[in-house]
Design a protein around this ligand. Structure first.
Ligand SMILES: Nc1ncnc2c1ncn2[C@@H]1O[C@H](COP(=O)(O)OP(=O)(O)OP(=O)(O)O)[C@@H](O)[C@H]1O
Ligand SMILES: [Mg+2]
Length: 255
């Protein structure tokens, strides 16, 4: 018999003023699965992530992690359970060295509990993590202030910050946005490793469908806060309503 899904979202809704940002959305995901969340601008993707990770409280509906009700959890509690997310708008500590941005999460209660004293020198772990996400080995960039990083490297730092928390569920909000095709291509093996080798469950919000569909096995599509389709990438792109939702938007629908 299969165990509980690692994440189950039931009838989640959130209104902002007159706007149904997320309306009656349900889905579930088993451990080790990969899910893409797609939809036009303003369709509720980031709000859905904010609801799951505790940055926004739902008006109604439930969120379960491994069968446990975590609805309305605080963000730090979500992290301590093993749910970590990256932000669409990256806000590092700009005046701090790049690698020091990671030393902070590396001293979080979750990492201390999991790794304790065995983790060694946190500065070294931070540098190693930066190399994992694509900072060149032995470069001086990790020692510069984070504010000096080009956009693509800011996104890599954000991914490293998320991964430093040893998450079981990794939620990435538009990791690829603003990255060049070659930058994205260089991220794909790492995302595969996170999921396939390390067994982490991966949720990605993306507008870059072609690249997203190389990573995820399952997709849900939001439009005006509602889930309008769910299935494999090929299945959802066949749905008439999905094609219509994407018409005129910046996204290539035939990915
Ligand atoms: N804190 C907030 N206060 C008021 N309205 C909000 C807030 N957050 C989101 N919204 C509104 O909720 C709707 C969904 O926004 P959300 O950011 O979740 O969309 P999205 O799918 O992530 O869009 P994008 O692709 O542009 O990132 C939008 O109409 C947005 O203006
Ligand atoms: Mg968003």
């Amino acid at each position: 018999m299969r165990t509980d899904p690692i994440l189950r979202v039931c009838n989640l809704s959130k209104r902002f003023g007159g706007v149904n940002a997320v309306y009656d959305v349900s889905f579930y995901l088993y451990e080790g699965e990969t899910l893409g969340i797609i939809g036009p601008n303003g369709s509720g993707k980031s709000t859905l992530i904010n609801l799951i990770t505790g940055f926004v409280k739902p008006d109604s509906g439930k969120v379960y992690f491994r069968g446990r009700d975590i609805t309305g959890i605080t963000p730090d509690k979500a992290v301590s359970l093993g749910i970590a997310r990256s932000f669409q708008l990256v806000r590092p500590f700009y005046n701090m060295a790049v690698y020091k941005n990671l030393v902070i999460p590396l001293y979080s209660p979750r990492v201390r509990k999991l790794k304790g004293g065995k983790y060694g020198d946190r500065d070294e772990v931070a540098i190693h993590l930066l190399e994992e996400v694509g900072f060149e080995r032995d470069s001086q960039v990790p020692f510069k202030t984070a504010g000096t990083l080009p956009h693509g490297y800011m996104k890599r730092l954000e991914l490293a910050r998320c991964l430093s928390l040893q998450p079981e569920v990794v939620i990435l909000d538009e990791l690829f946005s603003g990255m060049s095709m070659s930058e994205i291509a260089s991220m794909l093996p790492l995302l595969e490793k996170i999921n396939r080798e390390e067994g982490r469950t991966l949720i990605m919000v993306e507008h870059r469908l072609r690249e997203l569909f190389r990573v995820v096995g399952k997709v849900i599509v939001l439009n005006f806060g509602m889930k309008i389709a769910e299935g494999t990438p090929a299945e959802v792109m066949e749905v008439e309503e999905v094609r219509k939702a994407y018409l005129g938007s910046e996204v290539e629908a035939g990915a």
